[in-house]
Design a protein around this ligand. Structure first.
Ligand code: F0G
Length: 458
């Protein structure tokens, strides 16, 4: 019996990697103000900044791109896209957008606003930003044990249903326009949400008459976790699990740049016709006509095929195994990360990795910089730089966790690339006492991590 789970594809087109020396990387990172977002990608060897829009498309996707109908209105490519999204989600109204945050912007312009509160297991940064930009408050509701990075459980993305009901009772139904569940929970470690949990949230939503929306970016990875980990789902197809999940919701936002297996695109979908009508009105003003929503029609074709390919179980087995293998190997070096490994990424626990750097000195950013210098691997801080705030006295208010995310693009890297990343991280971990704290020299008012500039303290 063979034991190696191989990449379930062969390679037809290749793109060369760019090798650099440590001295070159040090100067590139200085020029980028110690912010990997500001690096040129040609100076990056293995890019684990994000799994978003970095997918390698299949030959079938490139094929349908040529076949696309670029009509402004009523394009046949739109109807192919709509059919595929409807098959998957069952929602009545399907509205394309140029990416996930455009769907979020439309949704929260409609349901958000001053005095409103939006609960979610954990808002992703753009989701939180769109909720807050509308004037509403974003509340994250996870179970306490899920917040512990060393606690291993099958469904650490579950929304805390008791806390949700408590919030509805104390704030009142009128204050809560929708409840959201993010699958998988990206900011919480790429951890899945169980079907039982989605059902429990649905019950509360039905009881109080509040619509439930799914942030569906990684619905296929979440569905595969359900198949592998939740009793009663082991013999179900991933597609039918995903369909069951969407059936429990009233709508969803989707960044197709993840489990849509494309380089750009997204959608918002829902059953409520009145809400959809208002969403289309905003869409026309900000994104485009409802049969393209800011995308080329060829993008819609690629999404339609991507949504078909992503529920392939050989692919999903390899996908989840890659991240699990990454984690297993890091564990042997004692590197601390969120357990268990998530669906799309490994999240290093920077508080345990760099115990000598306090949150206000951005330990995660310091680790991300060291990983780049060591081996040209780009990662992203998810901690005080991304989510930290200042209180009224200008004191730093740290988020719960200081993390460094290493996100794996879909179908892009092979096992030897992952082995290389493991060596780089293990080397940085061995030299962790040399990591230095940092301070900000520039920050923007929203989503500051994208453009922040930093320098070392000493
Ligand atoms: N929701 C979640 C859970 C996400 O992970 C993202 C994007 C979005 C919404 C927004 O989608 O980028 O298409 O506008 N996450 C990327 C990441 C950026 O790196 O995790 P978008």
């Amino acid at each position: 019996m063979t034991r190696t789970l191989i990449e379930p594809f062969k390679i037809k087109t290749v793109e060369p990697l760019h090798f650099t020396t440590k001295a070159e990387r040090t100067s590139h990172l200085d020029a980028a103000f110690l912010n990997p977002f500001l690096l040129r990608s040609e100076h990056v060897l293995i890019d684990l900044l994000t799994d978003s829009g970095t997918t390698a498309m299949s030959s079938k996707q490139w094929g349908v791109i040529m076949d696309a109908d670029e009509a402004y209105a009523g394009s046949k490519s739109f109807f192919r896209f709509e059919n595929q999204v409807r098959l998957l989600t069952g929602f009545t109204h399907i509205i394309p957008t140029h990416q996930g945050r455009a769907a979020e912007k439309i949704l929260f312009s409609l349901v958000g606003g001053e005095g409103k509160i939006v609960p979610n297991n954990t808002h992703f940064d753009t989701t939180r930003a769109n909720v807050e930009y509308s004037g509403a408050k974003a509340v994250d509701l996870l179970y306490d044990e899920s917040k512990r990075t060393d606690h291993s459980a099958p469904f650490k993305g579950n929304l805390n249903v008791e806390a949700l009901e408590e919030l509805i009772k104390t704030e009142g139904v009128a204050a809560i326009p929708i409840v959201m569940i993010t699958v998988t929970n990206n900011s919480g470690g790429g951890q899945p949400v169980s079907m039982a949990n989605i059902k429990a949230v649905r019950e509360i939503c039905t009881k109080y008459g509040i619509p439930l929306f799914i942030d569906a970016c990684r619905f296929a990875e979440n569905s595969m976790f359900i198949k592998m980990r939740e009793q009663g789902y082991e013999n179900r197809t991933v597609l039918s699990i995903a369909q069951e999940m969407f059936l429990l919701a009233d709508g969803c936002t989707m960044s197709a740049k993840k489990d849509g297996m494309v380089n750009t695109g997204g959608f918002i979908a829902m059953n409520n016709s009145d809400l959809a009508e208002r969403a289309r009105t905003i869409l026309i003003v900000t994104e485009g006509f409802p049969t393209y929503g800011g995308l080329a029609r060829r993008d819609l074709e690629a999404i339609a095929v991507g949504l078909e390919e992503v529920v392939n179980e050989d692919y999903l087995k390899y996908r989840l195994r890659t991240v699990e293998y990454f984690g297993e190997q890091l564990r042997t070096f004692g590197v601390p990360f969120i357990e268990p490994p998530g669906g799309h990424a490994i999240y290093l626990d920077a508080k345990k990795f760099a115990t000598h750097i306090p949150p206000e000195q951005f330990p995660g950013q310091s680790i991300a910089c060291a990983i780049y210098i060591e081996g040209g691997v780009r990662s992203v801080e998810i901690g005080s730089l991304m989510f930290g705030k200042s209180d009224e006295h200008g004191r730093h208010v740290a988020p719960e966790h200081e993390l460094v995310r290493l996100a794996i693009p879909r179908r892009v890297y092979t096992q030897s690339h992952i082995d290389y990343c493991i060596e780089v991280i293990a080397d940085v971990y061995e030299k962790r006492s040399q990591l230095q704290g940092m301070k900000l020299t520039y920050q923007a008012p929203y989503l500051r991590h994208f453009t922040a500039k930093l320098e070392y303290l000493s």
